[in-house]
Design a binder for this molecule. Structure first.
Ligand code: OSB
Ligand code: MG
Length: 370
């Protein structure tokens, strides 16, 4: 099917988080994100750019996204005759980095294509699952009792695994207390690159807590040191930050740098590359799960679609809208079952409606191209 994108509308939206979210690189209390709407034949496709407000998770941030979209990405795609959404990523592939800006736009075109074909997005990308298993990511808290409280709340809501953020000073002793309280839950830790190989001895102390995995303990751009660390740990390493392409995934697996990979749609530049990362991992027997970036409803719904691919066998960081937002930009909000799953919706595209009134209310910047 041919698609010619006639116009691109960008919006920057600002919404406070229900609770602050703290990682080893800082605390976030509200989000500023860029929403991409691409239009063809009177139909809109929607994407959400997953960059943070500051260039601390990776080099991208809300302020870098806008010029990338207006000056580099939209002009290379708008007005062209595309055979399919697959063609979007190659048209912007010579832009170095900026995968989240590219991926937010690319995802909007996949959503548009699915809508033009009158198909659910999950089916359009080759999804195999009707229901996805969900976990939660819990940030660094002000105290251990507060963390234990949060974990209890999420377990009561049915979530299938708990991920807790760690950093030097909030790691072994805290995890010991979590394990004492919850000896049999599926538990993992995410360090967001807070350690170096010199901490290997310290990180080995985590082995006694039989974690499902430790996520990205070392540098955001490192693979070799992770391979060295994995040889010293029983706990499986899961890579997040340093896997930006299927090629990186292949290299990391080849070197033994990880046993699990977290796939984030934005980090790898959209659905086409996310599917390739998924396939490389599947062929190597490496399970994957869907990571999150504190998304609003559009990004969340895209993650649900992505997580229907067959090798997403582990519970991911895709959780209910209400954990982050008092009111989400999609209706209904993303909800979980009491078994800690999200049931995939079958309407065309990403499966939820845009709450237009709310979207307009939270928009702080807007620009239409074309
Ligand atoms: O490393 O997975 C991460 C949020 C912001 C930046 C990085 C990460 C995260 C999360 C949140 O862990 C996951 C979510 O959206 O629930
Ligand atoms: Mg992570």
């Amino acid at each position: 099917m041919g698609i010619r994108i006639e116009s691109v509308r960008l919006r920057q939206i600002r919404m406070p988080l229900v609770h602050f979210f703290e990682t080893s690189f800082g605390r976030t209390t509200g989000r500023d994100m860029v929403i991409v709407e691409v239009r063809a034949n009177g139909v809109s496709g929607w994407g959400e750019v997953t960059a943070g407000e500051n260039p601390f998770y990776n080099e991208e941030f809300t302020g870098s996204i806008w010029p990338l979209l207006t000056d580099y990405i939209a002009p290379r795609v708008r007005g062209r005759e595309l055979h399919s959404a697959e063609e979007v990523a190659p048209l912007t592939a010579h832009i170095r980095g900026h995968n989240m800006a590219r991926g937010g736009f690319e995802a909007a075109v996949w959503d548009l294509e699915a809508r033009l074909l009158n198909r659910p997005l999950h089916q359009h990308i080759g999804g195999a699952r009707r229901e996805i298993p969900c976990g939660v990511s819990i940030g660094v808290q002000d105290s251990v009792p507060q963390l234990l409280d949060k974990i209890r709340t999420e377990l009561e809501a049915g979530y299938q695994r708990i991920k807790m953020k760690i950093k030097p000073g909030w790691d072994v002793d805290v995890i010991r207390q979590v394990r004492r309280e919850f000896p049999s839950i599926r538990l993992m830790a995410d360090a967001n690159s807070a350690y170096t190989l010199a901490d290997a001895e310290h990180l080995r102390r985590l082995d006694e807590f039989y974690l499902m995995m430790i996520e990205q303990p070392l540098a955001h751009d490192d693979i070799i040191d992770h391979a060295k660390l994995q040889r010293q740990l029983e706990t499986p390493i899961c890579l997040d930050e340093c896997i930006r392409s299927a090629h990186h995934a292949w290299q990391a697996i080849e070197l033994g740098a990880c046993r699990i990979i977290n796939i984030k749609l934005g980090r790898v530049g959209g659905f086409a590359e996310a599917k390739r990362v998924h396939d490389v991992c599947e062929r190597s027997g490496v399970p994957v799960w869907c990571g999150g970036m504190l998304e609003a409803g559009i990004g969340r719904a895209h993650n649900v679609a992505l997580a229907t691919l067959p090798n997403f066998t582990l519970p991911g960081d895709v959780s209910a809208s209400k954990r982050y937002w008092a009111r989400d930009i999609v209706v209904p909000p993303v909800e979980t079952t009491s078994q800690g799953t999200i049931v995939v919706r079958d309407q065309p595209g990403f499966g939820y409606d845009i709450d237009t009134d709310w979207l307009n209310e939270v928009t702080v910047r807007e620009e239409t191209i074309g």
